[in-house]
Each structure stands twice: as C-alpha cells, then as structure tokens.
Design a protein around this ligand. Structure first.
Ligand SMILES: [Zn+2]
Length: 337
C-alpha cells in the first residue's frame, strides 16, 4: 500500500457490494480528530475488469453524480463481472458545497493530480485516486459537465490512444457511450501523461480512460441525464462488465477536435447569440457585452474566431476579461499514430 493517510472502510478484495467512506483525516476547530467522508461503493463479482467510475471531481457538475448514485442502487453483484469502484463525490468538500473547487483548500481536483499523500485535502484525494485506486483498474470513466460557468451538449472526451490496440478500444468505448458528440484530443497521443487531470493519472498508470462533458450551467438536464445513464450501462456492457444488458441501436457520434475559443476582452453582461451545436463561420457575430454601468457606451461586439461548430458556451451572464465565452470545434481529421 503506498503512503497515504486516507483509510478505506471498504475492502477492495472482497466479493459482493459494499459501501462506506474513504476517511481523510481533517483536524479542525469543531472536530479535533475528524475526517472528511468521501463516499465509495465497490461491487465485485468474480473475474472481469476493474473500472473506476468518478463523478463529483468538480463539485458543481451534477449529471454524473446522479447517474452514478442511481447505478449504485441498481446494480447488484450478480449483475456484473469483475469489479466496479464508484466515487460519486470524488472531491467531497467541493461536491458538498456545489462548487468547482474545494472550499477547504481551493483545490481543483482535476488540475492537481498526481496529488500529494501529505498535502491539502484535495491533493490527498488526488494522490489516493492515482496511487491506490488506479493501480487496481483496467478502465477509468470520469463524468463531468460544464459546471457553473459553461454549457456542453452530451460529449465524450477521449485521446487517440498510445497504441493501435488502445486506439481501437477507445473508439469502441466512444461508440458504446453513443453521445451526440465526441471531443477527440489530437495532440499528445491520448491522455497526456504529464496532465494534472484524472485522465493524466490514468495514462500514467496504464489505465484506459475516457471522460465526458454532460450539460452544465449548474443545472441538471433530464435528457442528458438519460443519455448518461444509458451510456454508462453501454460502456460497462462493452468492456464485459454488464453481460446481460442489451444495448439498443446506437444513434451515432460526431467526432470533433477543438479548433479555437472565444474569450471576453471586456467586462460587462454577456448576451450570447449562439449555443452548442450551432454551425459558425469565422467573423460571424457571436454575441455582445453590454455595459450597464456606462449605458451610453456602445456594446462590445463579439465575433467568432474560427469556422466550425460551437461546442460549449458560457452560461453565466457576468463576464470579465479572460473569461471563456465559446469553444469552437471542427470535424475530426483522423490522425493516425
Ligand atoms: Zn469538470
């Protein structure tokens, strides 16, 4: 067992369905010997792959948290082959607060891997995931959304794979998840092993990983939640963990690569003219930033920087210089390794 101060209430080697907490020691004014309770469910039945399913990596992203919570209720050991390790609120303090980053240490879990066994609570969680959980795993699925500030359509994210075999597997997972869009990382040959994300951690540990952006704006979309629940079961079926599940016909996925973004260079109130899925041409008007503190001032016109399709848009109305307003993607040009 690598050095960690986190102790698990579940036994990762036991058959059956267990639930409990990862206890992260946290000594504070109101609780001298207290611990942060990171919820964990482990379901194991005989031989098969081990998969780590993560939501609440960012605390204000909800579809994944709901879908994995429902999955914990639905699945019994006899339904699966192998082992599922489920973290519904991976950065528990952030998820409890409904914020992207932890209110305890300002830690952004998906920017802090490989973490630190003796670091801040968020660093300790990252270290535990990368050094304790990942080495047990064959697959890692990490479910995100646009959070409070962005709005995405249901979009799978994947790398190109480090080998042709991994490339084939990632394509099969993408087809299984069957989201309307897939954002394919075309640089770095798959999850970049220097990345400070959960996918980066997976890459360092030889774990095949995908993630997904599933809505956002601090809301829950019932249609995207349904796609998420269906997609998770299809993923588990695809890897042989849910043998009796019968997937329905696939709808198909449009593969994209991100080609650019549009940022605010001014502060004010953002009036978006575009939304996810809109086809755009470079130079199109994308929105306006209004200046009610100087109502005599002309609005700042925002223009599209690249031709393509709007993948995500800023959800919040208030903007400052440097805020991300749109992400623009284009059809994937298949890049062979
Ligand atoms: Zn996220």
């Amino acid at each position: 067992m690598p050095e960690t101060l986190i102790s698990s209430e579940v036994n990762f080697d036991a058959e059956g369905k267990q639930h409990g907490f990862l206890r992260l020691p946290h000594s504070v004014h109101r609780s001298a010997y207290g611990w942060i309770p990171v919820p964990i469910v482990v379901i194991q039945n005989g031989k098969g792959p081990t998969t780590l399913l993560i939501s609440g990596n960012h605390g204000d992203e909800y579809e994944g948290q709901i879908a994995l919570t429902k999955l914990c209720h639905e699945l019994e050991p006899e339904d699966i082959c192998g082992r599922l390790i489920i973290l519904t609120m991976a950065n528990y303090p952030a998820a409890l607060a409904g914020t992207r980053i932890s209110p305890i240490d300002d830690g952004n879990l998906n920017r802090i891997f490989p973490g630190n066994a003796l670091g801040s609570p968020t660093e300790m969680i990252a270290h535990y995931i990368e050094e304790v959980l990942m080495p047990m795993c064959d697959y890692m699925f990490d479910f995100h959304s646009g959070g409070s500030s962005l709005l995405y359509p249901a979009t799978l994210l994947r790398g190109l794979g480090h080998s042709s075999e991994e490339q084939d597997t990632l394509l099969e997972l993408q087809q299984a998840f069957d989201a309307p869009y897939a954002w394919v990382f075309t640089s770095g040959g798959g999850p970049n092993t220097t990345a400070r994300t959960a996918m980066g951690a997976a890459g360092r540990k030889g774990v095949i990983s995908i993630m997904a952006e599933l809505g956002g704006g601090g809301t829950v979309s019932r249609s995207i939640l349904a796609l998420t629940e269906r997609g998770i079961k299809r993923l588990l079926h695809c890897i042989g963990s849910l043998p009796d599940y019968r997937p329905d016909a696939a709808n198909g996925t449009r593969e994209l690569q991100v080609s650019g973004s549009v940022s605010a260079y001014d502060s004010g109130l953002f009036e978006p003219y575009l939304g996810p899925g809109d086809e755009v041409t470079e130079g199109d008007e994308a929105g306006a930033i209004h200046h009610p503190e100087e109502p005599w001032r002309e609005p700042t016109v925002i223009r599209v920087s690249h031709s393509g399709i709007i993948l995500c848009k800023r959800f919040q109305g208030q903007v400052e210089r440097g805020d991300y307003l749109y992400q623009i993607a284009m059809n994937l040009r298949e890049t062979k390794q």
